[in-house]
Write a new protein. Structure first.
Length: 302
């Protein structure tokens, strides 16, 4: 699997400062979580070309069995689960909505770009091959993936390569034009969903406090809910209990420390919020199939 699943609000940059746009390829076999629940301020275009998926956006679930595009608006909580034992292919283009802004204050800026940036205009949720917009979208999307492939293949510094940047920006503009031509942008009409904001606030709290002891009561208190209702809401939104999520996040951080630092296993255990080495070892093996020490050795040998 090439795309690393990222939990909660992403703090990483997509692309570079001069071109905040990046592509991700994901290919995997079998069932399981493909991309953990997270959100970001960028727009994301997802292209599912093969495999059976469940895409969860905010509190909605979408079954995907055939080729299609899905659009993720800024701030939407989303995750992807592969649901069949077959091969799964999913690609994504993630970009800042400001990348296509105009200083001229023309009609495109006033009626399209600014409303998208301000959350007053939404992308269509899904486009399937039956729609007239699908083929031009696929052609342009694959062009973007190809351009990024050239950048990687040729070793070009994207921030310094004007030609590649112009190709990418013009391709994104063409996608916007195609959606506009088919009247696929939608004004915001739905009410603010406090459940989604509660989950996002909880995930952020876990990110900031995973190295400390976290009680269910702490999480429930953050969003002013009783513990029983909070646990039901969390599992419905994320697909696992709060404790399972916390442990998974802690092990993810443990793997990072083992890969990037010289910390001993005991130090990693404490840094990641495990107060008991035995529990840490058990949880690590459960989620990685190996011990922390062997994991570190494998990283050093690779």
């Amino acid at each position: 699997m090439e795309q690393q699943p990222i939990v909660l609000k992403e703090i990483c940059s997509h692309g570079t400062k001069s071109l905040p746009c990046a592509v991700y390829h994901t290919h995997t076999m079998g069932r399981g979580v493909l991309v953990k629940h997270h959100w970001h301020d960028e727009i994301e275009i997802l292209y599912f070309s093969e495999g059976g998926f469940r895409l969860e956006i905010n509190m909605e679930s979408f079954q995907i069995q055939s080729e299609c595009f899905y659009f993720i608006n800024p701030g939407e909580l989303h995750g992807i689960i592969s649901e069949t034992s077959d091969s799964h292919w999913e690609d994504a283009v993630v970009f800042s909505p400001g990348i296509l802004g105009f200083d001229s204050r023309d009609e495109a800026e006033i009626s399209l770009m600014k409303p998208i940036q301000n959350g007053k205009l939404l992308f269509p949720r899904c486009i399937t091959p039956e729609h007239l917009a699908f083929l031009p979208l696929r052609h342009t999307f694959l062009d973007i993936m190809h351009i990024f492939g050239q950048i990687v293949e040729d070793g070009i510094a994207m921030a310094d390569d004007l030609t590649h940047q112009l190709y990418i920006k013009s391709s994104l503009l063409y996608i916007f034009a195609t959606l506009s031509a088919h009247r696929l942008f939608m004004p915001v009409e739905r009410n603010f969903d406090r459940r989604v904001e509660s989950i996002k606030k909880t995930l952020l709290f876990i990110e900031e406090n995973f190295h400390n002891k976290i009680y269910i009561s702490d999480l429930a208190r953050q969003v002013n809910l009783n513990e029983q209702y909070f646990c039901r809401l969390f599992k419905k939104a994320i697909g696992c209990s709060p404790i399972e999520y916390i442990n998974a996040y802690r092990i993810k951080q443990a793997k990072r420390l083992l890969e990037e630092t010289d910390f001993q296993v005991t130090e990693v255990c404490l840094e990641c919020g495990f107060n008991n080495l035995g529990n840490f070892m058990q949880e690590f093996r459960k989620r990685t199939g190996t011990t922390p020490l062997q994991y570190k050795k494998n990283v050093e040998m690779s």
